[in-house]
Ligand binder design. Structure first.
Ligand code: PLP
Length: 419
C-alpha cells in the first residue's frame, strides 16, 4: 500500500487536501446514494504499481509486452464478474459508467438511431439521452417518465411510447428510482417493437449480484454497470452480455472509445467482485435495504412525504418541497452539519432542476460502516430537526455534535482512526 509519507514530503498541499477528505469521510454521514466506501484491500489495489502499465487489448491479446501479470488480474476480474452475475461475457475495461453506456450503445447502434430512456428529471441518467450528453447528441432521444401520482414506471405507457417512436434501443435502469425495475416487462416491450434492451444497473448492481433485486441478465441484450455504487468497488464501469454481443462490446470499448485500460482500477474491480461473492455481501445488501426502509419510514413519520411511499432498494426520494423548502436548500443545510445528500427533482417537480423539490437519500455507505436501523432512525431524526428549523443556529450546532457523536462509533473501511 502507498504510505502517506512520500506524498506529504513531495506535495504537502495535495496531501493535506487528501487528509481533509479522509477526515470528512470519517466524521460525516454519507447519504449520497451513488457513493460507498471500498475496502482497504480495494484501495491498496487501486493505489498499486499497476497504474504504470499500458495494456491495450485483452488478456493474451495485447498490443504491449510485459502484460503477463496484468493479464492474470484482468482474467480474475472477468471470471468473477461472469460468475457473480451469471453473465456469458464481461468486459471490465470501461473507465466509468458513462463510458460503459456509450460503448454499449455504439456496439449495436449508429449515430442518428432512436433511443428511448427514462427522463433525467424523473429518475433517469444523463447518459440515457439527455441533450447535453453525447447520448443525446449522437442519437435521436425519446423519453418515458413515471406516473406522477404513484411515482412508478407505467409500463403500459412505455409500450405506447415505444410503439409510436419505434426506437432501436430501449434503456432501462435509473439513478433515482426506489422501486423494483421489471426487466422482464421491459424485454417484452423491446421485443414487441424490435428494439435492443439495455439495462443500466449502475445503482443496483450490488443488489442484483446478490439476488436482492431481480436480474437483468438474460432479459436485457446488454447490461451496463458502475462498480463503485452498491457494488462497493473502485470507481469504474463494466459491461455484461450474451456471447453474441461480446465481440462487438469488446471492440467498441477498445479501440472504439478508449485507449489503455486502467489496470490498477481493474485490479480493484477484481478484488471487489471477489468480496461480492462472499456470503456476507448478501447480508450487507439486506441491511442496505432494511436501513433505507427504516429511514424512509422515520422521515415519513416526521412529516416528509416519500416519493412512491417508500423503497425496495438502497435509496429513496424525500419530497422536501412539501415543507416549503427546495432540495437545494435542504442539501446546503445538511452539508453544514456534516450530512451529505443531494437534491433531486421529484416526479412532476414544479421547481427547476437546479433548485428541485426532492432530496435523494441512500444507505450503501452508512451500511458499509455498520449503521443499523437504530442509527438510521437517529439520522432521520437529525435530518428532520434541521430541515424543520433550517435557520435555527442552535439546532444546527446541536445536530452537528450529534453527527460527530454518532460517526465516532463507526469506523470507515480503509481509513484508520488516527486521522
Ligand atoms: C452513476 C450512473 C452512471 C454513470 O456512472 P459514472 O461512473 O459516473 O460515469 C450511469 N448510469 C446510471 C444509471 C448511473 O446512476
Amino acid at each position: 500500500m502507498l504510505t502517506r509519507d512520500p506524498l506529504t514530503q513531495a506535495d504537502p498541499d495535495v496531501a493535506a487536501a487528501i487528509a481533509d477528505e479522509r477526515r470528512r469521510q470519517l466524521h460525516g454521514i454519507e447519504l449520497i446514494a451513488s457513493e460507498n466506501y471500498t475496502s482497504a484491500a480495494v484501495l491498496e489495489a487501486v493505489g498499486s504499481v499497476l497504474t504504470n502499465k499500458y495494456a491495450e487489448g485483452l488478456p493474451g491479446k495485447r498490443y504491449y509486452g510485459g502484460c503477463e501479470y496484468v493479464d492474470v488480474v484482468e482474467r480474475i476480474a472477468i471470471d468473477r464478474g461472469k460468475e457473480l452475475f451469471g453473465a456469458d461475457h464481461v468486459n471490465v475495461q470501461p473507465h466509468s459508467g458513462a463510458n460503459a453506456n456509450l460503448a454499449a450503445y455504439f456496439s449495436v447502434m449508429n449515430p442518428g438511431d432512436k433511443i428511448l430512456g427514462l427522463s433525467l428529471t424523473e429518475g433517469g441518467h444523463l447518459t440515457h439521452g439527455k441533450d447535453v450528453n453525447f447520448s443525446g447528441r449522437f442519437f435521436e432521444a425519446h423519453f418515458y417518465g413515471v406516473d406522477h401520482e404513484t411515482g412508478l414506471i407505467d409500463y403500459d405507457n412505455v409500450l405506447k411510447i415505444a410503439k409510436e417512436v419505434r426506437p432501436k434501443g430501449i434503456i432501462s435502469g435509473a439513478s433515482a428510482y426506489s422501486r423494483t425495475i421489471d426487466f422482464k416487462r421491459f424485454r417484452e416491450i423491446a421485443d414487441e417493437v424490435g428494439a435492443y434492451l439495455f439495462a443500466d444497473i449502475a445503482h443496483i448492481a450490488g443488489l442484483v449480484a446478490t439476488g436482492l433485486h431481480p436480474t437483468s441478465i438474460g432479459q436485457a441484450h446488454i447490461t451496463m454497470t458502475t462498480t463503485h455504487k452498491t457494488l462497493r468497488g473502485p470507481r469504474g464501469g463494466m459491461i455484461m452480455c450474451a456471447e453474441e454481443f461480446g465481440a462487438g462490446i469488446d471492440k467498441t470499448v477498445f479501440p472504439g472509445m478508449q485507449g489503455g485500460p486502467l489496470m490498477h482500477v481493474i485490479a480493484g474491480k477484481a478484488v471487489a467482485l471477489g468480496e461480492a461473492q462472499q456470503p456476507d455481501f448478501k447480508t450487507y445488501g439486506e441491511h442496505v435495504i432494511a436501513n433505507a426502509q427504516a429511514m424512509a419510514a422515520a422521515l415519513a413519520e416526521r412529516g416528509f412525504p416519500i416519493v412512491s411511499g417508500g423503497t425496495d432498494n438502497h435509496l429513496f426520494l424525500v419530497d422536501v418541497g412539501a415543507i416549503g423548502i427546495s432540495g437545494r436548500k435542504a442539501e446546503r443545510v445538511l452539508d453544514k452539519i456534516g450530512i451529505s445528500a443531494n437534491r433531486n427533482t421529484i416526479p412532476g417537480d414544479t421547481r427547476p432542476p437546479t433548485q428541485a423539490s426532492g432530496l435523494r437519500i441512500g444507505t450503501p455507505a452508512i451500511t458499509t460502516r455498520g449503521f443499523g436501523e437504530t442509527e438510521c432512525i437517529a439520522v432521520a431524526d437529525m435530518i428532520a430537526r434541521v430541515l424543520h428549523a433550517p435557520e435555527d443556529e442552535a439546532t444546527l450546532k446541536r445536530v452537528s455534535r450529534d453527527v460527530l457523536d454518532l460517526t465516532a462509533g463507526f469506523p470507515v473501511p480503509g481509513i484508520d482512526e488516527s486521522f
